[in-house]
Design a protein around this ligand. Structure first.
Ligand SMILES: N[C@@H](CCC(=O)N[C@@H](CS)C(=O)NCC(=O)O)C(=O)O
Length: 200
């Protein structure tokens, strides 16, 4: 399999973390590309020219992080990204974190055409969304990756690290002690350390 990714995308990071947590690193060739750059090997690999994009062993191109993760669970069921125990709670947590990721990525893109975006009505709603998501996770953090490397844990770590990476002026965890303690407990996890967002 081939996984197209870049070094900053939180969506691509979900797939990269899942590959490592599932012990599939030797089955997946990770290719770092610029999704905006028209890379000839990447263009046509998926419908939207966005990362993550996965080419399966039979050459099927998959887009959208949720679809890619579903496929990874299909080819390597253990450990499951969507474990059946407490599924509704896990999905609720994963949804909160994914929503925050979605909004943060949208802010970064929108700023390019609207430099004052953060302070306008829509921009301020976007920041309220991030805070509401983190408040929800503060009340009920996911299970630790060591216990259950599931979608909620992967997405929460990705959301927190992306918030710190893209909005370093904001103190996301100062008033959220449970979430801060949760992220601290994940320290040293190979899947997270090896995929921290960074500029190329
Ligand atoms: N909903 C998609 C979002 C993927 C996405 O927006 N990826 C960004 C990087 S963070 C990208 O490739 N952008 C290039 C573009 O929009 O052309 C997913 O979950 O995979």
């Amino acid at each position: 399999m081939i996984l197209f990714t870049n070094l900053t995308s939180p969506f691509a990071r979900l797939a990269r973390i899942a590959v490592i947590e599932k012990g599939m690193a030797d089955r997946v060739e990770v290719r770092v590309i610029d999704p905006w750059g028209g890379d000839p090997g990447f263009v046509g690999s998926n419908a939207h020219e966005r990362v993550p994009s996965l080419i399966t062993d039979d050459g099927t191109g998959l887009s959208e992080s949720a679809m890619v993760l579903h496929w990874l669970d299909h080819v390597a069921p253990e450990p499951p990204l969507f474990p059946q125990n407490d599924l509704a709670l896990m999905l609720r947590q994963a949804g909160a974190a994914l929503g925050a990721i979605d909004v943060m990525a949208a802010i970064i893109i929108t700023r390019k055409s609207a430099p004052d975006f953060d302070t306008n009505t829509i921009g301020q709603k976007r920041f309220r969304t991030i805070n509401a998501a983190f408040d929800r996770l503060e009340k009920a953090p996911p299970r630790d990756l060591a216990d259950s490397p599931d979608m909620a844990a992967i997405a929460t770590a990705t959301a927190l690290d992306y918030a710190a990476f893209r909005f370093p002026d904001k103190d996301w965890l100062g008033a959220r002690p449970a979430l801060a303690a949760w992220r601290k407990r994940q320290a040293g996890r190979t899947s997270l350390d090896a995929t921290m967002p960074r500029e190329a």
